[in-house]
Design a protein around this ligand. Structure first.
Ligand SMILES: Nc1ncnc2c1ncn2[C@@H]1O[C@H](COP(=O)(O)OP(=O)(O)OP(=O)(O)O)[C@@H](O)[C@H]1O
Ligand SMILES: [Mg+2]
Length: 295
C-alpha cells in the first residue's frame, strides 16, 4: 500500500500526491522572544497533523531550558537523547507515546551535544534517525527562543522554519533579529510567519505586513510567507493546567480550529525538498551548522 492510500485508509487526507512524500518533512518551530507559544503550537500541531490528517509525527523537544513538552503532555520520560548518545539506549527505546499516536523525543538532556558530536556519535545517531524516518511523515522541532547557537543550528538544519510572533512589540523585533541572523547565514532560507495570540485574522495579517515591510527594507531577498493566525484563547490556559493538548480536549475551541487551518495551509504547500530532504540530510546539516558555529 502506498503512503497516500495508507493515509486515506486511516481517515486522513494525504499531504500531497508527491513521489517524495515518503521523506519526512522537518519543520522547526521557533521565536525570537520566549513565551510566545512555541511549545503549545508544536504540541497541538503534532496532534492535529496526526489525528485529523493521518500523519505520523515525531516531536523533538529541543528546548534546552526546562523540558516543556513532557509537562504539557504530562509524560515522564525515563530516558533521554543523552542515553542514546552514550550508547545505552536506541532511539526507538527512548521515544514516548503522546496523545493521538504522536511520538515525542525527549531531548532536553542531550540536545546540546547533538550539535557537537564526535564523528562516531554522529554516524550512530544518523543511522538511528534514518531507521526511524521510514515510519515518519513529519518531524516537528520545538526549539528554544532567541539567537543562541543551539537555536540557530536547529533552525539552519531544518528546511522549513515557522516563526511564532505575537502582537507584543518585543516579539516582533526579536523575531526580526532572529530572522536576520539566520538569513545572513542561509540567504535562501524561507520563513513561515505564524501570528499567535491575535484577536482575529486581520490582526494576524497586520502583524505579518508590519514585519514584512521591515524585512523588505532591511533584508531584501528574505523569503517570508504567512502561515496563518491563532487566536488568543483563554481556554488554552485551562488545557495547559490539565496537562492536555487543547486540540484533544476542546477540539471546537478557537485555538484548535485555528490550528486545523494552519496545518491545512502548511500541508498545501509543497514540501521544500530541493533535490534532497528528510532526516538524513537534516542530521548532516545539523552537524555542519554546529561545526561552523565557532566561526
Ligand atoms: N493563543 C494563545 N492564547 C492564549 N494563551 C496562549 C496562546 N498561546 C500561548 N499561550 C500561553 O502562553 C504561555 C507560553 O506558551 P508556551 O510555553 O507554549 O510558549 P513558548 O514559546 O514555548 O515558551 P518558551 O520560550 O519559554 O519555551 C502559556 O501559558 C500558554 O498557555
Ligand atoms: Mg517552549
Amino acid at each position: 500500500m502506498d503512503q497516500a492510500s495508507g493515509l486515506r485508509s486511516r481517515g486522513g487526507t494525504p499531504p500531497e500526491e508527491n513521489p517524495r512524500a515518503h521523506l519526512p518533512r522537518v519543520i522547526s518551530i521557533t521565536s525570537g522572544k520566549g513565551g510566545v507559544g512555541k511549545t503549545n503550537v508544536s504540541a497541538n500541531m503534532a496532534y492535529v497533523m496526526a489525528t485529523r490528517f493521518g500523519l505520523r509525527v515525531l516531536v523533538l523537544d529541543a528546548d534546552l531550558g526546562l523540558g516543556n513538552m513532557d509537562v504539557l503532555f504530562n509524560i515522564r520520560p525515563k530516558h533521554t537523547l543523552q542515553d542514546v548518545l552514550m550508547g545505552n539506549r536506541s532511539l526507538p527505546e527512548i521515544l514516548v507515546q503522546g496523545p493521538g499516536g504522536i511520538q515525542i523525543l525527549p531531548a532536553a538532556s542531550g540536545v546540546e551535544e547533538m550539535t557537537s558530536l564526535t564523528p562516531e556519535q554522529n554516524l550512530h545517531l544518523l543511522e538511528e534517525f534514518e531507521n526511524l524516518s521510514t515510519d515518519l511523515d513529519v518531524l516537528l522541532i520545538d526549539t528554544g527562543a532567541g539567537i543562541s547557537e543551539n537555536v540557530l543550528t536547529f533552525n539552519l538544519a531544518s528546511r522549513e522554519t515557522i516563526v511564532v510572533v505575537t502582537p507584543e512589540p518585543t516579539s516582533r523585533t526579536d523575531a526580526f533579529a532572529l530572522m536576520k541572523v539566520l538569513f545572513r547565514r542561509q540567504p535562501d532560507k524561507p520563513f513561515l510567519f505564524l501570528a499567535n495570540m491575535v484577536r482575529d485574522r486581520q490582526e494576524g495579517v497586520g502583524l505579518f505586513d508590519l514585519v514584512s515591510r521591515v524585512a523588505d527594507s532591511f533584508l531584501p531577498g528574505l523569503s517570508l510567507s504567512f502561515a496563518g493566525h491563532l487566536p488568543a484563547d483563554p481556554s488554552l490556559t485551562q488545557a495547559v493546567r490539565s496537562q492536555r493538548a487543547i486540540a484533544e480536549i476542546l477540539p471546537g475551541a478557537p485555538f484548535s480550529k485555528g490550528m486545523e487551518q494552519v496545518v491545512r495551509t502548511l500541508l498545501s504547500r509543497p514540501p521544500r525538498m530541493g533535490g534532497e530532504g528528510g532526516i538524513g540530510l537534516w542530521m548532516k546539516r545539523l552537524t555542519a551548522a554546529g561545526a561552523g558555529s565557532g566561526e
